[in-house]
Structures are given as C-alpha cells and as structure tokens.
Design a protein around this ligand. Sequence first.
Ligand SMILES: Nc1nc2c(ncn2[C@@H]2O[C@H](COP(=O)(O)OP(=O)(O)OP(=O)(O)O)[C@@H](O)[C@H]2O)c(=O)[nH]1
Ligand SMILES: [Mg+2]
Ligand SMILES: [Zn+2]
Length: 378
Amino acid sequence: MNAKLMHRLGWDSEWEESFAEFRKQLWYPARICRETKINYSVFSEERGRHEVVLSGHLWNAAVTDADLPTVGDWVAVDPGEGGELPVIRALLPRRNRFSRKFPGRSCAEQVIGANVDCVVVVTTLPEDINKNRLERYLTLIRKSGAHGMILINKADITPEEELHYALEQLKPLCGEGVELYTVSAANPASLPPSLLHFPPGKTALVVGSSGVGKSTLVNALVGEECRKTGEVNEVTGKGRHISVARELILLPGGGVLIDNPGMREVQMWTDAAALRAEFADLSALAEQCRFADCSHRHDAGCAVRGAVESGILSWERYEHFLNLEEEIAELEKRAEKRRMTLERVTRREKRAVLRNRNDHEDQQRELHPHLKAHRHDL
Ligand SMILES: Nc1nc2c(ncn2[C@@H]2O[C@H](COP(=O)(O)OP(=O)(O)OP(=O)(O)O)[C@@H](O)[C@H]2O)c(=O)[nH]1
Ligand SMILES: [Mg+2]
Ligand SMILES: [Zn+2]
C-alpha cells in the first residue's frame, strides 16, 4: 500500500494539517470503510485494509450516536503493541455528513456517510419513486452540502412513456444543482460519464430503498462482483435486504463509493433544542392561554386552538406541537439508554479485570502457599 491509496481515499494537505498533533503521538491516519457492532475496518497507507477497535475514551466522550465514527470518517489510529488490535484514538472533524433521522419514532440523527462529495439516490419506477420522498432526499442532500445525483434505475424494464413522464415531473424538483438520469445499472454504457469517470480523491454515497439496484450499480462501476446483489421478493413486494452493512469501496479509476443497505425511511432528524426552537412561536402563543396548565386540546380560552381555528396555524403543525414534549422525552430516553449501555459495558469490563486478578492471585497462592488470601469483590 502506498501514498497513492491515500490520495484515492481523499487524503490531502488540509487533512494532513489537521492531523499534525496526532503524528507526534505516532498515530496514523485511516479512513473507515466498514463498521459492525463492535469493530471497524479501515484503510491506511501502510497497512491497507485492516481491523481496528474504538477507544473507550472516544465511546465515552460521544454524547449522541452521531458523534461516533462512521463509514467515510477519517480517524487517528494508535498502532498499539504486540498482537493487540490498533485503537481509534480520535475522530478528525468531518467536512460534511449525510444524515437521516433514525428509523422508528426517535428524532435522533443517524449519520449515513461522512466526508461525502456526491450523494447518488437510486430509485425505480413506478412504485419506489414518490415526490415527497424525493423532496426529503433533496433536502437532506442540500443540508449535507454534497453534490446530488438522482438515478431512475431499471430503465431496461420500464416503459418509455413512464420514464419520460417521471423525468418531466422530477426535473423541476431537482433544479440546476442536482443531476437526474434514467439508467440501467447492470449496463455500464447507460451510466452518466460523471459517475463512470468518478475522480480519485472523491467520495460518492449511494442511497435508496432496498432492491432498487444500489449494489448492482456499485458492481458495474467497480467492474466486478464486489457486492452481493439479489432478487426482490415478488410475492410480498418487500424484498429482502441484500446488503447488510454499509461499506466504502475503492473504484479502479480512483475515488471511492459507499454502498448502503436499503433504507425504508428518509426523514429529517433533529435534537431537543432544535425542536424547541422550531416551535418557539407556538410556545410564546401558549403563554396567552387562559389557564397556565392548558393542554391546548379542549380547554376554554386556548390561544393555540384559537390560532388553528382562525386558520393561522395548520393542523399538521398543531398536532406536531401537541406531541412535542413526547418527542423530546423520546430523544432524551435514547441518550439515557446510551449512557446506561455505557455503564453496563464499563462494569462488565471492570468485573473481567477483577476476575483475572483473582485468578492470577489464586495461581500465585498455589505456587506460594504462604501468601495471605485476599480476594477482590466482583
Ligand atoms: N432489469 C434490471 N434489473 C436490475 C437493474 N439493476 C438492478 N437490478 C436487479 O434488481 C435486484 C436488486 O438489486 P441490488 O443491486 O441487490 O439492490 P440493492 O439496492 O443493493 O438492494 P439492498 O442491498 O437490499 O438495499 C437484482 O436482482 C438486480 O439484478 C437494472 O438496471 N435492470
Ligand atoms: Mg445492496
Ligand atoms: Zn392552550
């Protein structure tokens, strides 16, 4: 492995500058290419692709899941000693990230990819595509600051008229900044040149529902079967998820792609403070309710209800406001759950250390019977 690999991965003088203090510690830079529940795989200059673990300190310091390293992140790795796995000691500040709301009821942020130059949304006609969903993708892309590209895939099995109609409908949504194409992922000749010649040092993140052809696209660009692809279940229409883990893949011409397992939901994420800020005007309005403990439902003299009835406030926003406290509680519960998991892990580790120490002392006593018994409580 060599410096060329680092260049392909996007390492540049700016990253090197932000790494200066870590160089002094003899740590090396690496880019995360895969994460499982416990381990990470990374690419680095000297070691190529290899496994690393996260330091307890980083795990502890993360306030939310979004603060933990994820695929696409650059990290500082401590080579460690002997046979032990190298340890991630620091996360370099992200240039940007593409996130969505965690699936389910929580509002928390899930980072799908870090340091991403281009987000490629793969979709199919007629069932997968829907204006609302595409708008949400476009909002998330804008929020990330990455370049956007929409691919309507499986053109080979989609009637021409449908493709035309979809293009007409979607072009205005995409505007100037976002590229829009109809393609057949399995046939590289149909792919846009900007993807076929994706430049070294740049990162593209491939997202979309399960079964739309993300991995097929990745394989076509890589030129070999590096990602497993699969059939959508015709009976349930749901399709099994073929790709199970997010993965960063090197393209032969340079550049990297991040393939994702299919996503069912694409929603905006937020945090408690942002949620409160978003509804600050309604909170102010609520202060004008007749009763201090107004539930804003059927109470007499409710200013919030009044705003709904006079058409100033939409029903949608009103209902959201009613559920706001519940949503915030949900967010805080998630943070609490993280903290508890953390404590459990720490306690387990401490117990393991004590057990080892007791075992060790038992052994010592067998060897040297005159030593006093002295057990550490587990
Ligand atoms: N006819 C046709 N079939 C395609 C095309 N692209 C993908 N497929 C098929 O669609 C199925 C699903 O493709 P995948 O690439 O596994 O889909 P995915 O988006 O990676 O799915 P997940 O990993 O579950 O998220 C496979 O059977 C592919 O062969 C295409 O352009 N035309
Ligand atoms: Mg896949
Ligand atoms: Zn009220």
